[in-house]
Design a protein around this ligand. Structure first.
Ligand code: ZN
Length: 421
C-alpha cells in the first residue's frame, strides 16, 4: 500500500473507531449516568482518546479525567532520575488515584506501548515504580481487585509498536494494519460490537460450567518443550471468564479482548517446571525463552535466554511474587491465535495462549472471596502480592489434565485446545 492509500484506509475506519469507543465505554467499563470516567491513554493516540471522551459524555458521564502516557518522557525520567525517586509514588498522584477510586470512578486504560521503550534501562526502576504504585495507591488497587470499581484494559496502536508487529512495512501501513487487527481480534469490526460482546460473553458458560462442576483438586500440564507442572487448586475455587461484576452488580469487561477462563491456584501447591511459549514484554523490556521451576508453590529456580534480570525483578518484587496468582486456559481456536500474530503485548498474547501469572490472586475466584480479608484469602490459598504478571505457556501440543481428589485424571486440554473441541 502507498502512504496515501494507507491514510485513506485509516480514514475509512472512522465509523468503526466510534463503535469501538462506544464498546469500551458502554461494555468495557459499563459507565453509568453521572459517573466519573478516568481514561489513561498514550498521547500519540490523542485522536482516539478524544473519541472515547466524546463517547463517555454521550453515555452520560458526569466528568472525564484523562491521564496521558508518553513512552519518550517515561524513558527520559528513568534515564535521569535515581532509583530512590521511584521508590515512592508522588503524594499528589496517590491522592488523585485513591480519591477517584473512593468516589466510585470507572477506570479505562488504553494500552499502546513501544515494546522496547525501556530497553537498556535498569529494570529495578520500573519495578520499584510499579511496587510503589500498587502498595501506596491502596484504594485504587483494592477498588479494582475487590470489585468496587469497574475497569477495563483495551489496546490502541502506536507506530513503534506497529513496527514490531509488522516489520518491513511502512509506518503508515503498519499502523493501519495494527488498527484493523485490534478491531478484528477485539470483535469490534462488525456493525454491532456491543451485541457481539453479549454473544461472546455467553460462550464462556460451557467451559466455566465444566470446570466448576468437576472441582478438580489439581491441574497437570505437559508439553514437548519440557513443561511438566502440577498446580493445586484451592477448595471452593471458582473458574471465571468473560464479564466481571462489581460488588454492586455492574457487569463490565476487565479486558477487551478476552478469551480466557481462569482461576486462582493454591499458592502453596505448584511443583515441576514450566517453559514459556511466547516472549514476555514487561515494563518496556523483553524476556525470551524462559522457564520457571516450582517447589511447594514457590519459584526455586529460573532461567531465560534473554531478559533474566527483568524476570528476577518480577520474582523478587515481594513475598507473594514468587508464587502463582492465576492459571488461565485459552484454546488455540481463538481469533487472536488464529491471526498468527505475535503482539508483544500481554493483553493480546495472553489471550492467544494458556497462561499463568506470578503474584496477586483473584478474590472472586474463591467462594465469597470479595468479602474476605487478606489474611482470610491467604488461608484459603489465594496469593497476595503487589505484582501480577502473566506469562504464556500454551503451546500447540499442550495437554492439561484435571486431577480429582481421588487421583483420577480427566483430559481438559488436548494439543492446545479444549479436549472436546
Ligand atoms: Zn489471565
Amino acid at each position: 500500500m502507498t502512504d496515501a492509500e494507507c491514510l485513506c484506509a485509516t480514514d475509512a475506519l472512522s465509523d468503526q473507531l466510534d463503535l469501538y469507543a462506544n464498546l469500551l465505554v458502554r461494555k468495557g467499563v459499563a459507565l453509568r449516568e453521572g459517573q466519573e470516567l478516568v481514561l489513561q491513554a498514550p498521547i500519540e493516540r490523542a485522536d482516539f482518546a478524544r473519541r472515547v471522551v466524546a463517547a463517555a459524555y454521550r453515555a452520560g458521564a458526569g466528568h472525564v479525567t484523562v491521564i496521558w502516557a508518553d513512552d519518550a518522557v517515561t524513558r527520559l525520567t528513568y534515564e535521569n532520575c535515581p532509583l530512590e525517586h521511584f521508590e515512592h509514588t508522588p503524594s499528589w498522584q496517590v491522592e488523585q488515584l485513591n480519591s477517584l477510586a473512593e468516589e466510585g470512578a470507572a477506570f479505562l486504560f488504553l494500552e499502546g506501548q513501544d515494546p522496547g521503550a525501556l530497553r537498556g534501562i535498569d529494570p529495578a526502576k520500573p519495578a520499584a515504580a510499579a511496587r510503589a504504585r500498587n502498595t501506596e495507591c491502596r484504594s485504587f488497587r483494592d477498588g479494582m481487585d475487590f470489585g468496587r470499581n469497574a475497569w477495563c484494559i483495551a489496546g490502541v496502536p502506536v507506530v513503534a509498536w506497529a513496527r514490531e508487529v509488522f516489520p518491513g512495512l511502512s509506518d503508515a501501513e503498519a499502523l493501519y494494519r495494527l488498527w484493523a487487527l485490534i478491531l478484528q481480534v477485539s470483535r469490534a469490526d462488525g456493525e454491532d460490537p456491543e451485541s457481539a460482546w453479549e454473544t461472546h460473553n455467553a460462550s464462556f458458560e460451557k467451559t466455566k460450567r465444566f470446570l466448576n462442576q468437576h472441582r478438580f483438586d489439581a491441574l497437570r500440564y505437559e508439553a514437548s518443550n519440557g513443561t511438566d507442572l502440577t498446580i493445586g487448586l484451592p477448595e471452593g475455587h471458582v473458574w471465571d471468564g468473560g464479564a466481571g461484576r462489581t460488588q454492586d452488580g455492574v457487569t463490565f469487561f476487565p479486558n477487551i479482548p478476552t478469551e480466557e477462563v481462569f482461576t486462582s491456584p493454591d499458592r502453596l501447591r505448584a511443583d515441576g517446571i514450566v517453559h514459556a511459549a511466547l516472549p514476555l514484554v514487561h515494563a518496556g523490556q523483553t524476556v525470551r525463552d524462559f522457564w520457571l521451576r516450582f517447589e511447594g508453590g514457590q519459584v526455586v529456580d529460573y532461567g531465560a535466554a534473554q531478559g533474566k534480570e527483568v524476570l528476577r525483578h518480577i520474582i523478587e518484587t515481594d513475598e507473594g511474587s514468587r508464587r502463582l496468582g492465576e492459571c488461565a486456559l485459552v484454546s488455540k481456536n481463538t481469533p487472536i491465535r488464529q491471526s498468527e500474530t505475535l503482539f508483544y503485548d500481554t493483553l493480546y498474547d495472553e489471550n492467544a495462549s494458556c497462561h499463568l501469572a506470578l503474584g496477586m490472586g483473584f478474590p472472586e475466584c474463591v467462594a465469597d472471596g470479595t468479602s474476605l480479608s487478606k489474611d482470610e484469602l491467604l488461608a484459603r490459598g489465594v496469593n497476595q502480592s503487589s505484582a501480577h504478571v502473566d506469562f504464556m505457556i500454551g503451546t500447540d501440543d499442550l495437554n492439561v489434565y484435571g486431577i480429582a481428589a481421588d487421583g483420577t485424571e480427566t483430559p481438559v486440554f488436548a494439543d492446545g485446545q479444549w479436549a472436546w473441541e
